[in-house]
Every structure is written in C-alpha cells, then in structure tokens.
Design a protein. Structure first.
Length: 134
C-alpha cells in the first residue's frame, strides 16, 4: 500500500507540474498575441475566433502564402483561390477554372503577379490576360 501511495504522489506532482508549465506557456502565448494585435495596421482587427467574414469566402484548399500589399491589405494565396483582405472583408479574385495558384506578389508598380503550379506566371489585370511562361 505504501509503495502505491508514493507512486500516486509522484504522478500527482508530475501532472500538477506539467499543468503549471502549460498554464504559463498559454499565458505567454496570449500576451504575445495581444502584443502583435496592437501592431496591426489601422483598420485591421485581430480575429480571436472563427469570424463569419471568412466563412463565405474562405479558401477551399490549403492557404499557401499571405502577403501584405503596399496599401496594407492582405493577399492570401491558396491552391484553389486567391483572396484579398482589406481589413474588413475577404473577397476572392476570380481566376480561370483549373488554374492552381502557388504564390502572389505585388511589384513596384502595384501590379499583382500570381504564380501558378502548371501554367506559368500571370499578371492580374482583372481578367488574367497576360501569361508569362517560365
């Protein structure tokens, strides 16, 4: 009986030690998130839970890249979609059917370039008219 008592005491001490460490870790993460939220550009609000602004326009597949544009807006690239977030709403940039996007960048002139997985690089002009193969 005494052997088991010592064993259970050790287990209880270990569990409480791990719980304390996890609680401190979670507290540090929350502080870090709060600090980063205060560094957001004007007009952006931190998303603490799943926000309904994303639900109708969320990417269908995995998001690959998130880029900040010169105006502070975000460009989010997923294989199936390219989205634009202006701090209030998320909108999809329409693109040709079957075009899988790999990355997106903004050049010095403000043009948005989208790299596809199989069809080269496209400059987004509202219609994806230009295709630059590599």
């Amino acid at each position: 009986m005494k052997k088991h008592l010592h064993f259970y005491m050790v287990v209880i001490l270990c569990v409480s030690f791990v719980c304390c460490i996890e609680k401190k870790r979670n507290h540090r993460i929350k502080n870090s998130i709060s600090q980063k939220a205060s560094e957001l550009p004007d007009g952006f609000t931190p998303i603490k839970e799943v926000d309904t602004v994303f639900t109708p326009n969320a990417p269908y597949r995995i998001s690959r890249k998130i880029r900040r544009l010169r105006d502070g807006h975000l460009l989010i690239t997923a294989l199936s979609d390219v989205m634009h977030y202006d701090g209030k709403s998320l909108s999809k940039i329409s693109k040709p059917e079957g075009l899988e996007s790999f990355d997106a960048l903004e050049d010095s002139k403000g043009n948005i370039w989208i790299a596809s997985t199989h069809y080269g690089v496209f400059r987004y002009d509202g219609n994806f008219n230009l295709n630059y193969s590599y």
